[in-house]
Design a protein around this ligand. Structure first.
Ligand SMILES: [Cu+2]
Length: 714
C-alpha cells in the first residue's frame, strides 16, 4: 500500500511519459452523479432583485461570525427549491437572504477583533452535496483525520486508481479557516491554508492561531490591526486543498477599510457590492460541482477539475438578479468571487442595443486610484474598452445612469472566454449575462461626486512603478529581482471505455514547485508544528523586489500575494517555444521534471536574478507594455497572461511609505517576520488547491531591528 503522497509523486513521473496509462472506469467514478445537473439555460433570469448584503460597522466591540450551513433562495424565487449553502452568520441568525457576507466596514487605526466560529458540523450531516461529493483526498489538503477517513473498502474505490490507493470523499468534521484577502496583517492572523480548524474543535492545521491561546477549538479569534490605507478587501475560506469547494459553498464576505485621516472624495455615491460568481445547480436546486470522469479523466486526482466553469451567473448570491436604479450615479464594488471564470464586462441597452454607459473605475484591490479611469465600450479597441476581472480582483466603479428614461433596461454583459483568455466563449443568453439594471423615475437631483470632472480621488498614491514608462518609479531601488515561472503539469493521454482523451492537467505550479516544496540546498526548511516546508521566497521586511513572472501555461492566472499590495510595472511577450526548449534542457537529465522546483540553483543558477530559471531576457519579444490606467494602482491580485512576462514591484512594507524610503527604514507597524509566514498563489481556487501556491516568510529588516509585542503592537 502506498500513500497518496507517494502516488502523487508517481503520477508526476508518469506525466513525463515513463508509465503506462491508467485504467479508468466511468461508472463508479461519477461520485457527483447522485445529482442531475440543471441546465443554466432553463433558469429564468432577472426575476429577483439584487440581495442586500448584511452590513457591520466594526467599532471597538468584538464581532462573532459563525460559519453555518443554511438554506437560501439562490435560484429565482419562482423556483420551488431553496439551496443549501454555507455562510458567515452573526450570532442569533439561522438564515440569511444571501450566502455572501457580511460586509464589514472597519476604520483605519481601530483594530477589529473577530471570533471566527466553525459551526459547519460533520460531512455526514451536510446537505451541501457540491462540497461533500467533490472533496479529493488524493490532493495535498487539510486532512484532519490524517487519512483515517480515507480507509475505504475495495468495493467502493474508484477504478481509476491502482488497488490500494483509496480516493473516497472525506467524511468527518469539516475544517475551515478565514483569510483576510488584501489585509496587511501579522502572519498568525493571515488565516492561510495551514491555519484551519475543525467544527468539532478536535483537529487543527499546524499554523492554527487564536488570540486567546486556545490550542484546539472550533473557533479562532483574530484581532486585525487595520493599519493599512483605505482599501476594499475581502475575506473567504482558505483551507488547504478545499478552498475551491468551501468558497463555492458560500464562505466569502467583504471587508472595507476606511481612513478617517484620508477621507474619500466628498459625496461618493453609496457603495453597492457586486460579488460575481458562476455556479451550477442540480434539478433539486442544490449547488452542483462537477468532479471526476467524464469531465476530466485524471489518473492522479479523480475528483479535481482543473477549472470550475459554471453555466449560471450569481451576483451577491442570487442567480441573474436585477437592480432598480434611478437616472443618477451609483458606485459599485465589483468583486470576482468565482473559482476560475474571468469576466470582460460592459453595459448594453437591451432595447436599443446601444453600448454604455461607461464604467468609471475609481479604485483597485488596494484602494483609490489617483483619478477616475473611463472604461468605455465605445472606445477604440484596447484594455480600457471593458472591465476585465479574474478571480480575486476588485474594481471600485461609478456608473452614471443619467439621461436614461424610466423603463430602460441595461444588461451587464460578459464576453470573456473561459478559461481566460483563449477558452470557450460565453453563451449570449446565459453566461454572457451577469445582471440587469432597470431605470426607475428619479427621486431627486444627483449631487454626488462626478467622475467626468477628473477631480482627484486622493492625494497622489506612492508610486513604486511609473505607469507612464513601465519602469521603476523615480527614487525607487529594487534590492532583489526574482524571475519565476508558472507551470502546468500535463498527464498522459487516457482511454476510458474506448474513448480516448488527451492528457489533462495533473497539477498547476508556481516556479515548478509544489506548496510544501522539496529538500534542496537552495530552499530553506522551516518547521512549524512538526511540519517542514521548503521556502524559496524569503523577502526581507522593507525590501523592494521586482518579480518577473514567466507564464509557461496556456491560460491567464490571477497571481495573489498575501500581506502586500504591489504595483504592476509592465507586461512583455516572449518566445514560448524557444524558451521552453532551453528551460526543459536546464533540468537534470535535460527534460522537464514536474515539481522539481526551478531547474537551476535558486540563488546562483541565473547570475542576473533569483529564481533558478534560465534567463528570459534573450527570448523577450516586443515592447514591455506599461499597465493600463485602471491597473496602475495598488493590486494584491494581478492577471498574468499566457506567453507573457508580468513584472510587478513588491515592497515588503506598507503602501503609504514614501517611494524613496530606505529599505532599512521601511517597517510594518506590526511584526511580519518569521515562522510559518504567508503564501503567494494563483487565485483560480481550483489551481491553488492543487499546488499552485508557495509559502513566503518575511525575514527581519536589514537595518535596525525593532521589538514588537505580538498582538498588542497596533
Ligand atoms: Cu492559476
Amino acid at each position: 500500500m502506498i500513500t497518496r503522497r507517494q502516488f502523487l509523486k508517481s503520477g508526476l513521473v508518469m506525466s513525463a511519459g515513463l508509465m503506462v496509462s491508467p485504467r479508468i472506469g466511468v461508472s463508479r467514478v461519477l461520485a457527483a452523479g447522485t445529482q442531475t445537473p440543471l441546465a443554466g439555460s432553463s433558469i429564468p433570469q432577472f426575476v429577483d432583485s439584487l440581495p442586500n448584503l448584511d452590513l457591520i460597522h466594526a467599532g471597538t466591540s468584538p464581532i462573532e461570525l459563525r460559519m453555518t450551513e443554511f438554506q437560501a433562495q439562490v435560484l429565482p424565487s419562482v423556483f420551488p427549491h431553496k439551496t443549501w449553502v454555507w455562510g458567515y452568520l452573526q450570532p442569533g441568525q439561522t438564515t440569511r437572504a444571501s450566502y455572501l457576507g457580511p460586509v464589514i466596514v472597519a476604520e483605519r487605526g481601530t483594530p477589529t477583533e473577530i471570533k471566527w466560529v466553525n459551526a459547519l458540523g460533520n460531512t455526514a450531516d451536510s446537505e451541501v452535496l457540491a462540497w461533500v461529493d467533490s472533496t479529493d483526498q488524493t490532493m495535498h489538503w487539510a486532512d484532519p483525520l490524517n487519512g483515517e477517513a480515507n480507509d475505504c473498502a475495495e468495493s467502493v474505490e474508484p477504478d481509476n486508481l491502482p488497488t490500494g490507493v483509496c480516493a473516497q470523499h472525506y467524511a468527518g468534521p469539516i475544517p475551515a479557516v478565514t483569510h483576510l484577502h488584501g489585509g496587511e496583517v501579522p502572519p498568525v492572523l493571515d488565516g492561510g491554508p495551514d491555519a484551519w480548524f475543525t467544527s468539532d474543535g478536535a483537529y487543527k492545521g499546524h499554523a492554527f492561531y487564536s488570540l486567546d491561546g486556545a490550542a484546539a477549538t472550533n473557533y479562532a479569534i483574530y484581532r486585525y490591526p487595520n493599519v493599512q490605507e483605505a482599501a476594499p478587501i475581502w475575506f473567504h475560506d482558505h483551507t488547504l486543498g478545499l478552498t475551491r469547494l468551501s468558497v463555492y459553498a458560500g464562505l466569502a464576505g467583504a471587508y472595507l477599510i476606511t481612513d478617517p485621516g484620508h477621507p474619500a472624495p466628498a459625496n461618493l455615491p453609496p457603495l453597492v457590492p457586486l460579488v460575481i460568481q458562476d455556479r451550477m445547480f442540480d434539478t433539486e436546486g442544490q449547488l452542483y460541482f462537477p468532479a471526476g470522469v467524464p469531465f476530466v479523466p485524471n489518473p492522479v486526482h479523480p475528483f479535481w477539475v482543473p477549472e470550475f466553469i459554471g453555466d449560471t451567473i450569481a451576483v451577491n448570491g442570487k442567480v441573474w438578479p436585477f437592480l432598480e436604479v434611478e437616472p443618477k450615479r451609483y458606485r459599485f464594488l465589483f468583486l470576482n468571487g468565482s473559482n476560475a471564470r474571468g469576466y470582460e464586462m460592459f453595459l448594453v441597452n437591451r432595447d436599443t442595443k446601444a453600448q454604455g454607459p461607461a464604467l468609471w473605475q475609481i479604485g483597485t484591490d488596494g484602494g483609490y486610484l489617483d483619478a477616475p479611469v473611463k472604461i468605455d465600450p465605445n472606445a477604440p479597441k484596447g484594455p480600457l474598452q471593458r472591465l476585465v476581472m479574474l478571480p480575486g480582483e476588485r474594481a471600485d466603479v461609478i456608473v452614471d445612469f443619467a439621461g436614461l428614461a424610466p423603463g430602460t433596461r441595461l444588461l451587464l454583459r460578459n464576453i470573456a472566454k473561459a478559461p481566460y483568455p483563449n477558452g470557450e466563449a460565453p453563451r449570449g443568453n446565459t453566461t454572457g449575462r451577469i445582471m440587469e439594471f432597470r431605470v426607475v423615475p428619479p427621486t431627486g437631483p444627483d449631487t454626488s461626486y462626478d467622475p467626468t470632472t477628473g477631480t482627484p480621488l486622493r492625494a497622489p498614491m506612492v508610486r513604486l512603478a511609473d505607469p507612464a514608462t513601465g519602469t521603476l518609479a523615480a527614487g525607487v531601488t529594487a534590492q532583489k529581482i526574482r524571475q519565476l515561472t508558472l507551470n502546468e503539469v500535463i498527464g498522459p493521454p487516457t482511454t476510458v471505455d474506448g474513448v480516448s482523451y488527451p492528457g489533462g492537467p495533473l497539477e498547476i505550479l508556481v516556479n515548478n514547485s509544489e506548496l510544501p516544496g522539496t529538500p534542496r540546498p537552495d530552499f530553506t526548511a522551516i518547521t512549524v508544528g512538526g511540519i517542514t516546508t521548503y521556502y524559496s521566497e524569503l523577502p526581507h521586511e522593507g525590501d523592494t523586489e521586482i518579480w518577473e513572472v514567466v507564464n509557461l501555461t496556456a491560460d491567464a492566472h490571477p497571481i495573489h500575494l498575501h500581506l502586500v499590495q504591489f504595483q504592476l510595472m509592465n507586461r512583455q511577450g516572449f518566445h514560448v517555444n524557444k524558451y521552453n526548449a532551453v528551460y526543459a534542457a536546464a533540468f537534470p537529465g535535460g527534460t522537464y521534471a514536474p515539481g522539481f522546483g526551478p531547474p537551476l540553483d535558486y540563488e546562483t543558477g541565473n547570475p542576473q536574478v533569483l529564481g533558478g530559471n534560465p534567463d528570459i531576457t534573450p527570448f523577450l519579444q516586443g515592447p514591455a507594455k506599461p499597465p493600463p490606467a485602471n491597473e496602475a494602482g495598488w493590486k494584491d491580485t494581478i492577471v498574468m497572461f499566457p506567453g507573457q512576462v508580468t513584472r510587478i514591484v513588491v515592497r515588503w512594507a506598507p503602501t503609504g511609505l514614501a517611494a524613496d524610503t530606505g529599505a532599512i527604514d521601511a517597517f510594518y507597524p506590526f511584526d511580519p517576520n518569521g515562522g510559518h509566514g504567508y503564501v503567494w498563489h494563483c487565485h483560480i481556487s481550483d489551481h491553488e488547491d492543487n499546488e499552485m501556491m508557495r509559502p513566503t516568510s518575511v525575514k527581519a529588516n536589514h537595518g535596525a531591528t525593532r521589538t514588537y509585542v505580538q498582538g498588542t503592537d497596533y
